[in-house]
Structures are given as C-alpha cells and as structure tokens.
Design a protein around this ligand. Structure first.
Ligand SMILES: [Zn+2]
Length: 332
C-alpha cells in the first residue's frame, strides 16, 4: 500500500498534472541551513545545489512579487520565491552568502521572541524542536539589517511561535501585533509579511486568525500547503513547500507540479485520513519519507514540515512535554 500510494501521488502528478501546467508560481520554505544541525532543512552544499537548479530553470523573485505574478499566470519559466522561517543564525552564516553568490533574493520570517532572546521563548522553542541549547542560535538584529540592505525581505513569524488557531483572539492579536511593532522599531521599515507557525490551514490557523493578521496591518501571510500558488489564492493563505533535506529531483517535482496532488489531498481529503490536529496517519509518514528519500539527511521527522508540525501539535495536546504557553514573553 505504501508503494502504490507513493506511485499514485507522484506518478499521477508527473503524468497528469505536469503536462497540463503552462505556468507555475511556487514558494519554497526552508528553516535551518547548517552542515550538521539536528533540525536542519538542508546542508549548505544541498542548498547550493537547489539554488543552482532554481537559477537555471526558474525566475527567482521576492515573495510579494511571486504573489503578484500568480495573478498574471505567467507562461514560460516557473516563478519561484524562497523563504526561511524561524530566524536562526545559520540563515545569515550559511544561507545568506549562498544567496548573494547566486544573486537571488529571499524572504526571512522571524520569531521575534527568539531574536529578542526572551528566555522563556528560548526554552519553549528548544523543547519544541528537541534542540540542544547550543543549537538554538537566533539571528542578530544587525545581521537582519545587513541582509535587508542586500535586498532580502523580512517578515514576522509571531513572537513565541504558538499555534495561533488555539489562542483566544486577544492573545492571537498580541502574538501578531507585538512582533510587527518590534521589527518596525528595530529595522525602521514597515513589516507587511508574516508566516503562520506550523502553517497548516484549519489546524494551525483559521479564518479568525486571518482576520487578526489582516487587522494587524499585514498584507501577505504564508502557510504550508504542497502546491503552487493559484491566481484565486488569498494573499493571506500563500501555499508553500517545506524543504526537509529533499533532493534536487524532489525540488524539480515540486516546482513542476508533480506534488500538487499531494497539496490537493491536504486540502480536500476527508479529515480522518488527511493529517489533522492529532497528527497524520502512520502511512503518511512513510509516504513523506519515501518522497523525500532521494536526498534525505537521515532524520525520521523533518523539521518544519507538516509532519513535524503535527507531531509538535500532538506534544502540545498533552502527549509530550512541551507547554502551550501562549502569552509567553509578550512584555518586551
Ligand atoms: Zn516556524
């Protein structure tokens, strides 16, 4: 069953979806880029391979430009935006030099309580990601400013990285308004972009969350759904592919449309068989593992993927030890 499910999704995608696609706008989501980190999305070498392939076969633009491009249904080369979530120091140390070397832009979504080194937020995130304290190194604000000056976009990723769907409205407002205020103070520019922590529609953000985010003054918000952007998509539900040590072959399948059936499954499958707030069915983990096996780094649960988000949700539901702590550190 696992083999035919994998073939069903990927081969159907390759044979049915890809030949019909005349235009593609795709957003990629990375987290940590590090040679050895336990929760890395890619090693610097793999990320450089991704950039080489993307630069050769795609037009790489900022996230806002990608959303605008989707409404124009561009023909020819796929349009791709590169994003990073969370705000790790390695984004500056490893990803930024490679982005500059290849001459391509990216967007960095910052968990502001992490950058502010709020000790409660640091401990919460260390527990959530199962990281050793020495691994959880936040970006420094001067590094963020340097990346901005070099043409990189920045956006907010809340203050303490909660599941916004589980917060009362007042707390959710604090989680999205406070980081915007802090970033605008620290960086001196309006902050119009945000990314939902974990990112799954219905599970990690809801229609009310979108109201809160738009009411706070954001103009774009990125989610996680494994398909390209459509002209009809709301700018507050931008679909993204998460990278979890995936090979260039997998990247090509994502950009070309072969994974869009997986995105359709995420959005439309009955709640009991797609992943839910209680986590994906066991077979889904095998499918995801198989799909990413070409370049798998060797972790059983990829950081930052929907799969991991579901696992973390499960922990916060009481199966693990991570506390919810929604109002953590909201005083500057
Ligand atoms: Zn995140």
């Amino acid at each position: 069953m696992r083999k035919w499910l994998r073939r069903l999704f990927v081969e159907l995608g390759r044979r049915v979806v890809v030949p019909r696609v005349s235009s593609r706008v795709v957003v990629l989501c990375y987290h940590s880029i590090h040679p050895t980190g336990s929760f890395r999305s890619a090693t610097p070498a793999l990320f450089s391979q991704h950039l080489s392939w993307l630069k050769q076969h795609c037009t790489i633009v900022h996230l806002q430009a990608a959303v605008r491009a989707a409404s124009l249904s561009p023909a020819g080369q796929p349009v791709v935006a590169i994003t990073f979530d969370d705000g790790f120091a390695d984004n500056y140390e490893y990803a930024f030099p490679l982005l500059r070397e290849h001459g391509v832009p990216a967007t960095f979504f910052l968990t502001v309580g992490l950058l502010e080194r709020n000790p409660v937020v640091l401990e919460r995130l260390r527990t959530l990601w199962g990281a050793h304290a020495s691994e959880l190194r936040p970006l420094e604000w001067p590094a963020v400013r340097e990346m901005q000056r070099a043409g990189m976009e920045v956006g907010a990723h809340t203050y303490s990285h909660p599941n916004l769907a589980r917060l009362d409205r007042r707390t959710a407002e604090l989680e999205v308004r406070r980081p915007k205020d802090i970033m605008e103070h620290r960086l001196g520019v309006p902050v119009r972009l945000m990314a939902y922590p974990f990112g799954k529609p219905h599970c990690d953000f809801t229609r009310e969350t979108v109201d809160v985010v738009s009411g706070a003054g954001y103009e774009y918000a990125a989610a996680v759904t494994w398909r390209g952007i459509r002209a009809s998509d709301s700018p507050f539900r931008i679909p993204r592919f998460t990278c979890s040590g995936d090979s260039v072959c997998t990247l090509r399948d994502q950009v070309s449309g072969a994974w869009d059936l997986l995105g359709a499954w995420q959005e439309w499958a009955p709640r009991g068989v797609r992943w839910s707030a209680k986590g994906p069915p066991a077979w889904w983990a095998d499918v995801v593992h198989e799909l990413g096996a070409g370049g798998a780094i060797g972790r059983d649960v990829p950081h930052g993927s929907n799969l991991e988000a579901s696992r973390l949700d499960g922990e916060r539901e009481g199966r693990g030890q991570a506390p919810e702590g929604p109002a953590v550190g909201l005083r500057l």
